[in-house]
Design a protein around this ligand. Sequence first.
Ligand code: FER
Length: 235
Amino acid sequence: MYLPYGYDENKKYNIFYLMHGGSENENTLFGQNDTMMQNMFDHMIMNGEMEPMIVVTPTFNKTEAGKFYSEFRQSVVPFVEGKYSTYANKDTSAESLKASRMHRAYGGFSMGSVSTWAVLENCLDIVGYFMPLSGDHWGGSSAYDKAKSIANAIDRSGLQKNEYFIFAATGSDDIAYPNVNPQIDEMKKMSQFVYTSDFSKGNFYFMVAQGKTHWWGYVRHYVYDALPYFFHEGQ
Ligand code: FER
C-alpha cells in the first residue's frame, strides 16, 4: 500500500484500490520498472494534480478476479480502513462505508479490470468511482449483456447519476480493445450512463490511447490521466 508523504492520522484521505492483472501480484504496481506507481503518485501530489490519497494494491490470486469483490468487501476494506485514516473514520461498519463511498475508488488492469467491473456490479453501495483499464466485464456473453448487467446493478442500487462515476481506458492496439469497445458502445446507449469527460456533467468516459498495447508502461499513464477527475463530486 501507498501512504502519501506526510501521512497524518488526524487527517482523512481518499482511497484508491488498484488491482493488478493476470500472472501478476500485489507487488506488481510498486515494484517493477514499468510500474513504480508510487513515484507517479508522489509527483502528482507534489504538483497539486491530486489531493494526497492512499493507494492499495490487493490481489485476487487467492480467489478469482471476477469473485474478488466478496473478499474486497469482507476482508480487504475492513482491514485497511480499520487501520488507516480514510473517510470511514476507522469505522468499517456497512453504514460508515456507505457514507464514505464517494471517497473510495476501485480500478484495475486487464484481469484487474475484470475485477473492477465485478466490484462495480456488486459493491456500488461502498464504492463511488471506478477505473476499468484494458479489460471487459465478464458478466455476460454479448456486449449488450455485459452493459445491461451493470445497468441493472445501478438500478438496484437506487443511486442517482451523480453518485457513481466510471473512467474506462485502453489502447487502440490493446488486445482487450475489441472486447472493451463494444461493451462501452452498448453502455453509451443506456440511460444510466451519461457520457462525458467532465464528471460535473456526466458519469462515464472511455479514453482510447492511440497505438498503445496491453502493458503497464502505457496503462500507468491512463491512471495518471484519470485519477485527477476522481473524488470531486458528492459530499
Ligand atoms: C480482457 C479482459 C481480461 C482481455 C484480456 C484479459 C484480451 C486478461 C487476460 C489474461 O490475463 O490472461 O478483455 O482481453
